[in-house]
Design a protein around this ligand. Structure first.
Ligand code: DQA
Length: 151
């Protein structure tokens, strides 16, 4: 079984992008820590990033099908700024009936008011925000425990 980690817009810039907020880790570093977290629980990792909303929608549809087929435990989704704008992502999660944990590196609730609303949260099983890149590993740990290999 696998776990999908899906990253949205601008997350390819991690490491260079506002390091005071997002830290010095690159997206490749995040992929490495996700791979370790998955391996620890015997899961494969499907790690993706796109700056394009439609590509994220297609990935969620694919994830829903894989979850229904029993080959995917769920998705860790850092939708970046689309979190705060995208009804389409909300609808994709609901429509594909896919298990999603919403993830943010920064504590969006301690930042600008336009980051306080999430279209993802009502469709997600839970939300992790503000724990830095370690949040990805914690989200993976939850999916691994909640959806074991034999379930
Ligand atoms: C983010 C928070 C969002 O508000 C922002 O647009 C991002 C990154 C985070 O991981 O903290 O791109 O999702």
């Amino acid at each position: 079984k696998s776990i999908m980690v899906l990253n949205g817009p601008n997350l390819n810039l991690l490491g260079k992008r506002e390091p005071g907020i997002y830290g010095a880790h690159t997206l490749a570093d995040v992929e490495g820590l996700c791979r370790e977290a998955c391996a620890r629980r015997g899961f494969a990792l499907d790690f993706r990033q796109s700056n394009h909303e439609g590509v994220l929608l297609d990935a969620l549809h694919e994830a829903g099908a894989a979850q229904a087929a029993g080959t995917l435990a769920g998705v860790v989704l850092n939708a970046g700024a689309y979190t705060h704008t995208s009804v389409a992502l909300h609808d994709a999660i609901k429509g594909a009936s896919v298990r999603v944990i919403e993830l943010h590196i920064s504590n969006v609730h301690a930042r600008e008011p336009f980051r306080h609303h999430s279209f993802i949260a009502p469709a997600a099983i839970g939300v992790i925000a503000g724990l830095g890149v370690r949040g990805y590993a914690l989200a993976i740990e939850h999916l691994a425990l909640a959806c074991p290999q034999d379930a």
